[in-house]
Design a binder for this molecule. Sequence first.
Ligand code: S3P
Length: 745
Amino acid sequence: MQGDDTPVDVSTLLIVGLGMIGGSLAAALKANGYRGQILACDPDAGEIATGLELGVIDAGGVELAPLVARSDVVVLAVPVLAMRQVFEQLVPLIGERILTDVGSTKRRVCDAAREAFGYLPTNFVPGHPIAGSEKSGVAAANPALYRHHKVILTPEADTASSAVAAVRTLWQRCGAEVLEMPVDRHDQVLARTSHLPHLLAFSLVDTLARQDERLEIFRYAAGGFRDFTRIAGSDPVMWRDVFTANRDALLAALDDFEAGLARLRTAVEQGDSDAMLGTFDRASHARHYFETLLNQTSYQTMEARQVQYRVSPGGSVSGRIRVPGDKSISHRSIMLGALANGVTEVKGFLEGEDSLATLQAFRDMGVAIEGPHQGRVTIHGVGLHGLKKPAGPIYVGNSGTAMRLFAGLLAGQAFDTELTGDVSLTKRPMARVADPLRLMGARIDTAEGGRPPLKIHGGQPLKGIDYDMPMASAQVKSCLLLAGLYAEGETRVREPAPTRDHTERMLNGFGYKVARDGDLATLQGGGELTSAPIDVPSDISSATFFLVAAAITPGSDLVLEHVGVNPTRIGVINILKAMGADLRLENPREVGGEPVADLHIRYAPLKGIDIPVDQVPLAIDEFPALFVAAANAEGTTRLRGAEELRVKESDRIQAMADGLTILGVETTVYGDGIDVVGRSGEAFNYQGGQVDSLGDHRIAMAFTIAALRASGSITIDDCANVATSFPGFVTLANKVGLELTEASA
Ligand code: S3P
């Protein structure tokens, strides 16, 4: 045996149990240049002979002790129920060697080790590669079996970290992604994602086969049967062992499944079309989501993908494009559509991650929603009191809008809910909605400092309030108006400056009167919403990146079609015009209660300005791009009164200042704003460099367009969240003339 510190890729590895799984590990290591010896032990001498013949092992035998003596790392690849016996044999043999296993249930394996050793050895690293095949035996060894698959390790607190690191390296060498989780969590997850489907496949095939002894029926079975039952061809003994070993978690999963099946049975029996559609839509959507994950790696967890943009310097932009639908209106279309009586047809819906999360949340609360298919969504409204308690927390991803609007809407429900989101959202302030909602009678718990998650206690009678908002926020205003639908009496919200009024417009469009008197919006609780068609215009916030791209780049001439130009959203147009941009609104019209126009922009030299404070709330999401405009304008642009920018998806003042500094642009940061010293009239106004978007979609897109006037390429880290608001951004940017490539890790 070599010393403890033998690097794992030259150590001698012993695989105990040379079947398809153990054989594939050996084959994968060999194929990936593993420099150590690979031994195998198996009671079946024939398997050892085959392993040697195939060249996947270097030596082997049926006797454990001499093989253990020669090895540094021992991998148990025997069936789960045989582990106990092997552990017992290993007690006098294992010493300081690293021990790991590949068993698909971890509690049972750990208990077996504990029983044999009297404790859990600290050099034992329980493991489970999530990969398999219906084939068995070393002859089926596949060197690619673990590539892009996950391997879950379930070490205990006192497991030696050097042993964990060695096992991790071993699997990574096979191309696997290694992650860690507690034993019980592993068993529950696998019971649902692997053991239950196998049980169902075995059961279905057996049931059908029994009904037709001569198996005639299978002659007529097509793709559906084949897809659903492929795994019923798996090794019966192994699965008997798995089901036995993970009995409790499997039974819990089966209970949930049976309850779901019973619900579906009732729906079919009663011809309940909404219930069937609701279930199938949810499932179909979830399956598509799974498919997109699968395309990245199998068993991908929910952690964010790492996406990096690289933008070549120079170029100009031209053409006619349509950017995706408005995010604010898309969220609201689903919310109000779900709460309305009747069916709401939505066109132009933004199929971005944020609005899709909202859509999924309503499916989870029992609303049947068809689509989205190319921006079309059909919502079968359930009325203000028709939502059902979701099975778990509502996950709103990256979206502050969703969390704040949901808070108001859910405060009025009869059931409890919990709102959660991604890491960025978890840092954002929610007291701004929780406090006034409490004044209305809601019961809401937040995490420390008023942060998410929000626990909302249902069944609280709400009463209308008269509220002066301390900040200009459409999200807070909308939250309170939505709670006001459920409140007794009048809810009155006063804003310190005008903010986007999509909620008020859409409520009025759904026949629910919201009165406007200067800075005051008022509604009376207890009414009803009636469905109405919604045509979502293109998002002016997404259009902004291309407006600024054209505004700063000589030779540019671009038309952005069908952009929403609601007066509460056109700060960017006013500011760009004040800076000297050649920007025209063409073909103005009104669509579904919202003004829309085509925006035609050509290059013209820009000059720095003091941004009027009254424009700040009207351009609140557009500042990252506007700072890029400022960097390309003659003189200094000054922004004040914009402290709200510090609590967006990132601290947008600091994030932009940091990135601009890297490019060599001079900025001075203030608590509520920034000065950007611009340049104009030269080929390049700043250099290239590598900047961090901090996971903020708008920071990522702002630095993308900055490359048009940079002397070198710009690399932008952490861009996956562009998909929250602007799916297809990379394609569209390249279409108009940017040179942008995307790399994911
Ligand atoms: C939004 C309101 C704004 C904006 C956000 C969308 C909305 O937030 O920044 O992207 O849809 O109501 P605040 O209300 O916090 O200013």
